[in-house]
Write a protein that binds this ligand. Structure first.
Ligand code: AMP
Length: 452
């Protein structure tokens, strides 16, 4: 089947051709003809399946006729994260380039005043995260009674983020006559309840998730013998430096871990940057852009930030932490091996992760994931090296604090510090009495005016 067979307007087909697409993906093939008939659609599909175009294309088709009125957007797309919202906006721009559709983005980090001015003029497409949308609504800047089409994208992620009550509220602010296009990768009971309540006889289009055992993804586990972050970072550095690692995403469970791992990798000379929800929008966008362009090699990410991002050609995924939610594992490793390319996903598993690991095996329906050995005695050597480094650092720290106290560089680590004989202290310092070392402040060269 070709795009021409789906009933889309000629100018959309032209934009598609220019984007290099001629064959619809299964979700597009299933959803677009139904959506064009103005039916509600329940799409069960995840990122990477082409689901964004499966709602933006029929929306452009429908919105091509008619005009927007002040403060009354004609359509609404709700997305869980700012990045995903921005990606939807890109998709409208790409496929809607031959139409004059006006668009506003209500997401954190984008100027409130600018978007408000757009709303005042009237928009065809409003793309928003639920919280921001309700903010505008509560300020009386927006009316949702003119919504013809409403899209909920990545509903299961919205559930994880606690947005379901907001979504319900938003649904109730829109007219009953609206068309609803609803997408979720999974259908937990809360989502089922939502669709039962707000969708009307939807066409259900389900496409298989990019299978976790896809031939294109090689999955490997590394048994880390101790749940120790220093050891895990050491192991990670080893993995990132392996042959064949072109670029990669490193996933951590917590934002704080994302920051620590990113900082540590940078300190060790890796080209890495963090991305998570607490970072400024401009920084997140810049990071993503650098990663897409290849200027940045490693993206250190939390699940929420990474979900739904359209990042092509990632050669490796590294699970620094074993995800607590097994579905996140599926999403994480789905970042590699996309579009027929080969990819590798590593996961470090410590004795503390056994429970989460078992849950993952159950989800992907596997008895185990193949172990990768990092070489004979890797962890013994690593532990030894880290212990030595730790000891050196303590020594350095002790000597630095001694310097600050003006006690000279001869101070030893606390453990060795039991009343050293005066003679020893002098020998360590080239025979100079310890207190004459080092030069503090101006040393002897204190300017006269300061001595007054
Ligand atoms: P999505 O699942 O919407 O995040 O899309 C995943 C990727 O597939 C994006 O890079 C799209 O640009 C791309 N894509 C969407 N539709 C098609 C298509 N029909 N043929 C090839 N690539 C597509």
């Amino acid at each position: 089947m070709k795009f021409e067979d789906l009933g889309l307007e000629a100018k959309i087909l032209q934009a598609l051709t220019e984007a290099g697409y001629d064959t619809p993906t299964p979700i597009q093939e299933g959803a677009i003809p139904e959506a064009i008939k103005k039916r509600d659609v329940l799409g069960i599909a995840q990122t990477g399946t082409g689901k964004t175009a499966s709602f933006t294309l029929p929306m452009i088709h429908r919105l091509a006729k008619g005009r927007a009125r002040a403060r009354m957007p004609r359509s609404l797309v709700l997305a869980p994260t700012r990045e995903l919202a921005a990606q939807v906006a890109d998709s409208f721009e790409k496929y809607g380039k031959y139409y004059k559709l006006s668009m506003a983005l209500l997401i954190g980090g984008v100027s409130f005043a600018d978007q408000d001015a757009k709303l005042t003029r009237g928009v065809d497409v409003l793309i928003a995260t639920p919280g921001r949308l309700l903010d505008h609504f509560e300020r009386g800047r927006l009316l949702l009674t003119g919504i013809e089409v409403m899209v909920v994208d990545e509903a299961d992620r919205m559930l994880d983020m606690g947005f379901i009550p907001d979504i319900e509220r938003i649904f109730k602010l829109t007219p009953m006559t609206r068309q609803t296009l609803f997408f979720s990768a999974t259908m937990p009971p809360e989502i089922q309840h939502l669709t039962d309540q707000f969708l009307s006889a939807p066409a259900r289009v389900e496409v298989s998730r990019p299978a976790t055992t896809a031939d294109t993804i090689t999955q490997r586990v590394i048994d880390v013998p101790k749940a120790d972050d220093t050891l895990k970072r050491h192991t990670l550095r080893h993995l990132l430096a392996m042959d064949g690692v072109k670029n990669g995403i490193v996933f951590c469970n917590r934002k704080s871990a994302v920051d620590i791992v990113a900082k540590s990798l940078q300190k060790h000379g890796f080209n890495a940057r963090p991305i998570h929800g607490d970072l400024a929008q401009a920084f997140r966008m810049e990071t993503l852009e650098k990663f897409r362009s290849g200027e940045l090699q490693f993206l250190i990410a939390s699940d929420v930030a990474a979900r739904g991002l359209d990042i092509p050609a990632v050669s490796h995924v590294f699970n620094y932490d074993v995800p607590i939610n097994p579905d996140d594992y599926v999403h994480r490793i789905g970042r590699t091996g996309r579009a027929g390319r080969q990819g590798t996903a590593f996961m470090m598993v410590t004795p503390r992760d056994e429970k989460s690991y078992s849950a993952i095996l159950k989800t992907i329906n596997a008895e185990s994931i193949e172990r990768t050995e990092l070489g004979e005695g890797f962890f013994e050597k690593a532990q030894e090296e880290l212990t030595n480094r730790g000891a050196n650092r303590t020594r350095r720290r002790d000597s630095e604090s001694a310097d600050k106290r003006g006690e000279g560089r001869t101070r030893r680590p606390r453990s060795e510090r039991k009343a050293p004989p005066a003679r020893d202290r002098q020998t360590e310092n080239d025979g100079q009495p310890a207190h004459e070392e080092p030069l503090v402040g101006f040393g002897d060269a204190v300017p006269a005016f300061m001595m007054r």
